[in-house]
Write a protein that binds this ligand. Structure first.
Ligand SMILES: Nc1ncnc2c1ncn2[C@@H]1O[C@H](COP(=O)(O)OP(=O)(O)OP(=O)(O)O)[C@@H](O)[C@H]1O
Length: 507
């Protein structure tokens, strides 16, 4: 039976994107089979619920293909005993307080660490964007000290809530509503929502990792915002690991470690730590963070950490910390796909009152692919330029600007755009294409659009099925095979029809 499961896994790997396969399917374990019912195991309740809601049919399809008979799948969570055995996670409670007599020595080491961080930041950011000047650092420290300030009233006004968030260094604009969800970030988004709904619950710590400018800090803030909205009395502490270190240095200098510990270990319900990679090689900071982590974790407080890489790949971080970071849920965030990039641009444009046609959004989204911060920056620059020149944002203006910025213009297309172009060419609506009517006048253009979407985007058949109004992946597969087959066989009418549509798409 495990052979059948392995064959089903291979089939799944072909049907979904590699990112989805890694996130959802790779770690599903075959447990046993009873007749035609397959019992599979996953790591936790969250994965179970997510896979059941999104992928159960697909798994059953693949098992049916592999076994040659109808099957039913039942998912369950691996028992705590088995998980412990498999993960070997340390559960030993470590001593919480570092010995006071070691403090003087640590003080010396910490000062050296602090200096090193400041120097590194200055060297890395000569333009000044990431200055770590004494004033700025102190400002961050003051803000972090205020972090757990709560509104005095039990039912604070929206204004008071916003002030509480800002006191904690949280940008109130970075909430879940402002975050555009797509396949590249839906898992981490769902994990963050689950944590905000139930801090200190099953996913503790939540460890978010991914490349530069992909929305890690945004989601960290969103967790804090939601936690404060749900419980205005919750003490949310939000700071970067560098600020944690600076605050530790200040407390040691002022011989006030008690306040430091009270703030982080006793007066904190949700600890949000951004960019944990910055404490690499800072042994004393790591030691203090280790005790902070233990104190919060063992008293059921929520910890959320962001990083540029997954825990096991964090260089210069002690093994005991890295293993703790993996105790809860690790969720990665990938560069957004074309559709998500377009949706982000449209959302930001609307929020900032920038008027822009869809074709401009497509041009920007296909030219800047791997960093949302850059994408946003380009949009703001374009908006500013159009407003200064008192002219609308046109494709030509966007092209000129990309040229001046030395950004190569992309030609990637989105499924949504392909559907729009094909629909308009055949005098029907995108809704018709996404709908279920099967008249020839609609089903033919639908097949052309499916073929073109498969050819010009990097979406899998199941993803395309979703984008075409929730169709089964086999429908998309069949359309692609049919149109592709006719073209391969030299059907001139079909070739020229598809060429014509492509010319319009790539114009
Ligand atoms: N899916 C998204 N929807 C809306 N905005 C997004 C999304 N992803 C990123 N952004 C925006 O992109 C910008 C950069 O995001 P953020 O600062 O959270 O990235 P980061 O991953 O923390 O980057 P770094 O690695 O540099 O710390 C922010 O303005 C954020 O609001």
């Amino acid at each position: 039976m495990t052979d059948i499961w392995q064959a089903a896994l291979r089939d799944l790997q072909e049907k979904v994107s590699s990112h989805n396969f890694q996130s959802w399917f790779k770690n599903i374990k075959y447990h046993h089979c009873d007749g035609q019912t397959y019992f599979l195991e996953v790591g936790d309740e969250f994965l179970k619920a997510w896979i059941e809601d999104n992928y159960l049919d697909l798994i059953e399809d693949s098992l049916e293909v592999a076994s040659g008979e109808p099957v039913e799948v039942k998912l369950d969570v691996a028992s705590a005993y088995e998980r412990q055995k498999a993960g070997g996670g340390e559960q030993v409670v470590q001593s919480i307080d570092a010995p006071e007599e070691a403090m003087a020595a640590r003080m010396g080491r910490l000062q050296a660490e602090g200096q090193a961080v400041v120097d590194a930041a200055v060297v890395a950011e000569p333009s000044g964007a990431g200055q770590t000047s004494a004033g700025q650092s102190q400002m961050k420290l003051d803000r972090a000290s205020d972090a757990a300030v709560r509104p005095s009233e039990p039912n604070p006004s929206p204004q008071e809530l916003a002030e509480t968030m800002m006191a904690a260094g949280i940008n109130p604009r970075h909430d879940f509503d402002e975050f555009v969800v797509g396949p590249s970030n839906q898992f981490v988004h769902a994990a963050c929502s689950a944590v905000a709904d139930n801090p200190g619950g099953s996913y503790n710590p939540l460890f978010i990792f991914g490349g530069v400018g992909l929305g890690k800090t945004h989601l960290l803030h969103a967790v804090g915002i939601e936690a404060i909205k749900r419980n205005p009395q919750a003490r949310v502490v939000n700071l970067s690991s560098e600020d944690f270190m600076n605050q530790l240095i200040t407390s040691l200098r002022q011989k006030d470690m008690n306040s430091f510990r009270t703030q982080f270990r006793n007066n904190c319900d949700v600890l949000l730590i951004d960019d944990i990679q910055f404490i690499a090689g800072k042994d004393s900071t790591q030691e203090e963070f280790f005790h902070t982590f233990n104190a919060l974790y063992h008293s059921g407080k929520q910890i959320v950490i962001t990083s540029d890489v997954m825990p096991k790949d964090l260089p210069g971080i002690e093994e005991r910390l890295r293993s703790r970071f993996s105790w809860g849920l690790c969720a990665d965030i990938q560069p957004p796909e074309m559709e998500t990039r377009i949706a982000i641009l449209e959302k930001k444009a609307e929020a900032d009152g920038i008027e822009m046609d869809k074709d401009v959004a497509i041009l920007l989204a296909s030219s800047i692919r791997s960093n949302v911060r850059e994408l946003e920056g380009t949009l703001i620059r374009l908006g500013a330029q159009a407003s200064l020149m008192n002219q609308p944002i046109t494709l030509d203006l966007a092209r000129e600007m990309l040229d001046r910025m030395n950004i190569e213009q992309g030609r990637e297309l989105s499924t949504e755009y392909i559907i729009e172009v094909v629909a308009s060419d055949f005098g029907i609506t995108p809704r018709d294409i996404k709908g279920s009517r099967r008249t020839r006048a609609i089903s033919k253009p639908r097949q052309y659009a499916m073929y073109l979407a498969r050819k010009h985007t990097d979406h899998s058949y199941p993803q395309l099925g979703e984008q075409f109004g929730g169709k089964d992946h086999t429908t998309v597969l069949a359309a692609c095979k049919k149109i592709g087959g006719l073209i391969e066989d030299g059907d001139e009418e079909m070739t020229s029809l598809i060429d014509g549509l492509e010319a319009k798409l790539l114009r």
